[in-house]
Write a new protein. Sequence first.
Length: 311
Amino acid sequence: MEKLSVVIPCFNEEQTIKPFIKAMMKIEQVMSRELIFEYLFVNDGSSDKTLDVLKSEANSKDNINYLSFSRNFGKESALLAGLEKATGDYITVMDVDLQDPPELLPKMYNKIKEGYDIVGTYRKDRVGEPPIRSFFSKMFYKLINSVSDTKMVEGARDYRLMTRQVVDSVLELKEVNRFSKGLFSWVGYDTTYISFDNRERVAGETSWSFWSLLKYSLEGFINFSEALLNIATASGIISFISSIVGIVFIIIRKLTIGGSVNGWASMVVMMLFIGGIQLLCLGILGKYISKIFLETKKRPSYFIKETNLDD
């Protein structure tokens, strides 16, 4: 029989692990005639009792495995570790808080059997989500799809079912600065999406604040678009042209009308405007350079402190 590896990143999720496993056991029974299930929980440096709960569950069930990082490396590193350790013919990535409906898995598997390589999911609504977060999320997808060659489905989740070939292709991308939503799209392959209604967490609180999501979105722009660099270039060109026009205007007025009225306010405003543009451009360039710096150091994306895997 073929194997399905379920990769589940965890960060301070002690309250959600048991409900997740209970829900997945029902799905496993439904699909047991076609697939063997393997669970890979990745403890991303949790400060609560997440690791203790994982150890307990792993001791009671043979197909539950866990990896525990030496510290918090971030969800992208947890996803990478899970994909690298997964041994299944098919691999799915899920959140442990049950916002990703486990009951969609049979439908997703049927789509794979139809010939698709990737079956992704997306939320068709954002009921229960703060309006400001919904607004910025929609804006992100509109902007990233307008400036990047790699298209991303609005509301797409990391929750997706992939063939082994797709995962092997994703793992060939050795970059340190990872943005999985973009990487899954960038590798290509035949992809389809299934929609579902938005769901609340089954327990606990999310570790994703508005600012952490905003920072994560910025990573997407930097990794999959040169738009910010183009903005910096355009700002420099506009400032240069404006200064030339200003110089010509001053010379013509001096020759025809006379000197201008002395005043410091307008001069200060212009200096602040030009200085602000320069600092903005330097900040954008610095962000890209910092990414290059991190890539050249070749640091590992994570360190595993504990695991129950044989290797």
